[in-house]
Design a binder for this molecule. Structure first.
Ligand code: NAD
Length: 506
């Protein structure tokens, strides 16, 4: 019964957002600018509150929250403010072909309308604010549903966002899965969901009812391959940082390592040293090491660990009362171990040895397509092989995580790791319909040539229209361009003569 009540409430929320969108409150350049500026202001005014909220939910250190959550969203908003004119400019696509002679052909990016953004808990501010900023820049109204598993951040957003953005056009709805499901019963024009695969299927099924397009930002097991040519010191530091930031609860964290057999001992020793130098001898006491989001996830990760306890070569301790799990390295893992079943999403790092890049590629290709794939090698041929022979949301060579902060790159998965992408200009594409527009500014004149298409048909008409419709070769297109210039020059020369201006030059 509770969800039936929520359904009518949600209906009202979405109706108001739609009314705001229809009234043009989010669509114009001025409105988009005003809303983007408001998000920047909110982040500037409340950075310390946001840092405190994320600390409360995940014990995330301030530097990780500012660099991976608040600043990312703020910088994206500032960038959209700079590029708004360009974003809203129609894109001219007339290729000069005969079919489009004397016509205007362009793409106009229309906002979808009312978008639903369902965030996940592991980067609770980034995963709500970053898509929100993209949807605003594209001119949409947004219903924002933060994850209930990061309640301090959800509460911050529900309390603070309405002070900066019109709460009817940008409502924040908090609650658990039943609230999300009540929302999903409503008609949206686009849904962006961040979370796991199983719920993604629920989202897609609900979206199908209204043929609503979806962007699914999911996860999976992200492999990191390292070969003998790699700089083991740099690789070790980057893997340690990318894996254990946020206690391993990062969708693009290296999930497991595929390591050249001769390198394994060196790599393990590097990672151990890095853990000590990052977090000190007493990792539990480090202010820079996070906590598992809740007891359910703590137990899930502990379950995996228990099954391969004997293979632990570093770490393994935990404290349920604090939701603390020590960074843990697991050696000699088999693919049947629980740790290799599902995405770990916690601070356990299994290490496999492989004999060659071939073997690593075979392993990667035999599993679901990962969200991120990391290759550590200084052999260009090897790097090229991974680029060409594997499929993943992204591939990063000799680095970890940084691709997610570079908004010139689309962020999204493929296959089981997701569908669609966003960040930077890709957010504009995600939250807009690319409306194709064709305009004939002078139908009377073009009727002379276009008249051929009308019945009664004849073999001659068919031949000529076939010629006009076919794809022109590159040289024909060049010729056509030259002809256009020649025609322009002739018209100008004729005009000069008619106006008697030619005598000036004598
Ligand atoms: P979660 O539990 O926070 O759920 C995400 C959203 O789905 C929440 O808003 C929640 O209310 C909603 N939800 C939960 N159950 C639902 C249901 N039954 N019906 C409708 N909505 C429901 O997040 P999670 O699933 O624990 O997220 C972890 C996963 O997300 C991992 O697999 C991780 O890799 C992935 N992830 C991906 C990205 C990315 O950008 N690709 C980022 C972060 C996390």
């Amino acid at each position: 019964m509770a969800s039936a009540v929520a359904t009518t409430d949600m209906e009202k929320v979405v109706m108001k957002a739609r009314a705001g969108f229809m009234a043009g409150k989010t669509r114009s350049k001025e409105a988009r600018k005003r809303n983007l500026e408001a998000v920047v202001r909110m982040i500037n005014d409340h950075t310390s509150d946001m840092v405190a909220a994320v600390r409360k939910d995940l014990n995330k250190p301030s530097q990780e929250t500012t660099s991976c959550e608040t600043e990312v969203a703020k910088n994206e908003a500032i960038e959209f403010l700079r590029s708004l004119d360009e974003i809203m400019e129609p894109e001219d696509v007339n290729d000069g072909s005969l079919l489009l002679l004397r016509k205007e052909a362009f793409i106009q990016r229309d906002p979808y309308g009312v978008c639903l953004i369902l965030g996940a808990w592991n980067y609770p501010l980034q995963l709500t604010l970053l898509p929100l900023v993209g949807a605003i820049a594209a001119g949409n109204a947004v219903v924002l549903k933060p994850s209930e598993l990061s309640p301090a951040c959800a509460e911050f957003l529900q309390k603070t966002l309405p002070k900066y953005l019109d709460p009817e056009c940008f409502p924040v709805v908090n609650g658990s899965a039943d609230v999300a499901q009540a929302l999903l019963k409503q008609r949206f024009d686009h849904i962006l969901y961040t979370g796991g695969c199983n719920v993604a299927k629920i989202i897609m099924r609900a979206a199908a009812e209204n043929l609503t397009p979806v962007t699914l930002e999911l996860g999976g097991k992200c492999p990191a391959y390292i070969d003998q040519t790699a700089d083991v010191k740099a690789a070790g530091r980057r893997i340690t940082w990318g894996k254990f930031m946020n206690a391993g609860q990062t969708c693009i964290a290296p999930d497991y390592i595929l390591c050249d057999a001769n390198l394994k001992d060196k790599l393990v020793s590097e990672i151990k040293n890095n853990l000590r130098s990052f977090y000190g001898d007493d990792i539990k006491a480090s202010p820079d090491y996070g906590r598992i989001v809740n007891e359910r996830h703590f137990d899930r990760i502990q379950g995996m660990l228990k099954q391969c306890e004997k293979k632990v070569v570093f770490g393994g301790s935990s404290d349920r009362s604090q939701r603390y799990i020590e960074p843990t390295l697991i050696d000699n893992v088999s693919f049947d171990d629980a740790v290799m079943g599902e995405e770990i999403f916690g601070p356990l790092l299994p290490i496999f040895t492989v004999r060659s890049a071939d073997e690593a590629i075979r392993i990667i290709n035999s599993r679901e397509k990962p969200l991120a794939l990391y290759v550590f090698s200084n052999d260009k041929k090897i790097n090229k092989r991974f680029l060409a022979e594997t499929s993943s949301g992204n591939i990063t060579v000799n680095e970890t995580l940084v691709h997610a902060l570079a908004n010139v790159l689309p962020f999204g998965g493929v296959g089981n790791s997701g569908m669609g992408s966003y960040h930077g200009k890709f957010s504009i594409d995600t939250f807009s319909h690319k409306k194709s527009c064709l305009v004939d500014p002078s139908p009377k004149q073009s009727e002379i040539t276009m008249g051929l298409r009308y019945p009664p048909y004849s073999p001659t008409k068919e031949k000529i229209s076939g010629f006009l419709m076919r794809t022109a070769s590159a040289s024909e297109l060049k010729m056509l361009k030259l002809l256009k210039y020649a025609l322009l020059v002739l018209i100008m020369a004729f005009g000069i003569k008619m106006l008697g201006l030619d005598t000036i030059f004598h």
